[in-house]
Structure formats: structure tokens, C-alpha cells
Design a protein around this ligand. Structure first.
Ligand SMILES: [Zn+2]
Length: 257
């Protein structure tokens, strides 16, 4: 079977038997792949282990793997750690947001569907999350991920009547409509929740910011007071669209889920 080299970010890992791991890796060229790392925890007589003692969530490495023809589960044959995010791992908030970003990438991107620009964005975002600009770095990545994968909700026009919403009128969001609802229509949309129109406008404005090498430039400083309601709205939207429960919002959002 041909060997495929790729730069990868570890999105998910499950310990498998005493010595092995099953990994979900986001490859820059290959997209999301599922691999078994046999003997990841087995050490040789010299004390060295095949994959440096195992691969951790969010680790970035240069991987070599084989993909079987049915492409169910490939085999990892080599792993050289490039970035273990030591700074990031010292900040609990940044850690949870990085893990949430990894969860979203794993849910929103299909296996074997390459997204090299998103890969670069994710790698840069983890660097940014190790800086004080945690909230805005995560939100900007989350918005790009939703745009790129086609899951971005409608935030400009009412999903019921089509009228454009201003940032001065009461605004509602409906997960079942995948977007905003105006005050004239909110009565007929049962799952709507009120959202501060200024936050809706803020979300739209982040997407319009200039880009430098694909990265959002001149991001405003944001606090959890601003990002929590947006992250919650987007989590509800994603869960409703995919019909799956996300695990990390319980750690990322105030008052859990
Ligand atoms: Zn309307």
C-alpha cells in the first residue's frame, strides 16, 4: 500500500488496547483521516517508543500513513512531533477553545475532503490562542470554518420574510430556520431566542475584515461577555443542523449547556 506523508493536527484520540491509539487527524493535503497507531504506547528495550509515547490531542506532526482501499481505518507508520503547544496547554480557557475548534473541525469537515486553507487557519489560530487574544481568535476561526464548510447561518435578512435587519431593532435567532428572524415574524417561529442585534452586526463585521495570508487582520479585542452569546447561538445552530450533541460547549460556554 502506498505511504502518504502529510502535516497533521490531532483532532481526536481514543486509547485502543494496551498499546495502540485510534486517531482522527486533520491532514493539510488529505483532510480528515482516521488511523490506527499500533504500538503507540509500547516502548523498546532502549526506552524509546514508536510515536514518542503517544500522540496528544492538538499535537501537530509530520505523519506518514497508509489508507486502505475502503478507507475505513488507515495505519499510521511514522509521526514526528512538530508542535506540542506547551504555551497553549498552560491556559485552561485557551485549551478548551482549541479542543472545541478541533471538535468542530471533526464534525463539519467530511473525511478525505482536503481544506488546506482551513488547516493553515487552524494552526495559526492555536498560536493566537496562546496569546492574550483568545476570544477573538477563536471566534474568527469558528466563523471561517462555518463559511468554508457551508454551515454559516443567515445573519443579515429575516429567514421568514426576507427583510433586512438593522442593528437597532429586536432580533431573534432560530436554529430550525438557520438564521435570524425579525420582530414581525418571531411570533410564528417557535424556537427563536432573542439575541443582541449589536452582536449579530459584530459577527458579520468580523467576516468583512481585511485578510493577510488568509488570516483575519485587525480583529477587535473581544470579551467573553460578547463572545459567549455568539458561540452559544452557533453551537445551537450546529447541533440542530447536524443533529448531534457537541461535547465541548459544556466547558466553553458560561453556565454550560
Ligand atoms: Zn421577518
Amino acid at each position: 500500500m502506498p505511504l502518504t506523508p502529510d502535516r497533521c493536527i490531532c483532532l481526536r484520540k481514543v486509547e485502543y488496547s494496551e498499546t495502540s491509539q485510534i486517531l482522527s487527524l486533520f491532514g493539510r493535503a488529505q483532510g480528515v483521516v482516521r488511523l490506527i497507531a499500533k504500538g503507540a504506547h509500547r516502548t523498546t528495550k532502549q526506552g524509546a517508543s514508536k510515536f514518542g509515547g503517544g500522540i496528544d490531542l492538538l499535537d501537530i506532526g509530520q505523519a506518514v500513513f497508509t489508507l486502505d482501499l475502503e478507507r475505513h481505518l488507515g495505519t499510521l507508520t511514522e509521526w514526528t512531533l512538530v508542535e506540542g503547544h506547551l504555551t497553549l496547554r498552560r491556559n485552561l480557557r485557551a485549551m478548551y477553545l482549541s479542543q472545541y475548534a478541533a471538535e468542530l473541525v471533526g464534525y463539519l469537515i467530511q473525511e478525505h475532503d482536503p481544506h488546506p486553507q482551513l488547516f493553515d487557519r487552524f494552526e495559526q489560530t492555536m498560536n493566537d490562542l496562546a496569546s492574550p487574544r483568545v476570544e477573538e481568535a477563536f471566534l474568527a476561526f469558528e466563523l471561517d470554518l462555518l463559511k468554508e464548510t457551508g454551515y454559516f447561518p443567515e445573519l443579515a435578512a429575516c429567514t421568514e420574510c426576507g427583510s433586512m435587519l438593522s442593528d437597532r431593532e429586536p432580533t431573534y435567532f432560530s436554529s430550525s430556520r438557520s438564521g435570524v428572524v425579525c420582530r414581525n415574524c418571531e411570533g410564528v417561529v417557535h424556537d427563536r431566542a432573542a439575541i443582541d442585534p449589536r452582536l449579530v452586526r459584530l459577527t458579520q463585521s468580523i467576516l468583512k475584515l481585511p485578510r493577510v495570508d488568509g488570516q483575519t487582520h485587525r480583529l477587535p479585542r473581544l470579551t467573553r461577555h460578547q463572545t459567549d452569546p455568539i458561540n452559544r447561538l452557533l453551537a445551537d445552530h450546529i447541533e440542530h443542523t447536524l443533529q448531534k450533541r457537541l461535547r465541548l460547549p459544556a466547558y466553553v460556554l458560561e453556565n454550560g449547556k
